[in-house]
Design a protein around this ligand. Structure first.
Ligand SMILES: [Zn+2]
Length: 72
């Protein structure tokens, strides 16, 4: 996909069954991938279960830098 379009957001992206305008779906996909990587890491990481995890912090930082939870 490219250009302007609509994309469904699931719960992971901030709201169930929620539609919002996506100005740049390429960038949006990158943000989604960064978040997916964070979730995937957290699901299988022992360090995350114990508490602080540098890898999770790095993944979260990358996601946030891309727009993260505030991306519109
Ligand atoms: Zn971790």
């Amino acid at each position: 996909m490219s250009g302007l379009g609509w994309e469904w957001l699931d719960e992971e992206s901030g709201g169930p069954g929620h539609k919002q305008l996506v100005a740049d779906s390429g960038t949006f996909s990158v943000v989604r991938q960064a978040y997916a990587a964070l979730l995937e890491h957290g699901a299988g990481c022992e360090t995350c279960r114990k508490g602080d995890c540098d890898t999770a912090d790095a993944l979260y930082g990358a996601w946030r830098d891309l727009g993260g939870p505030w991306k519109k």
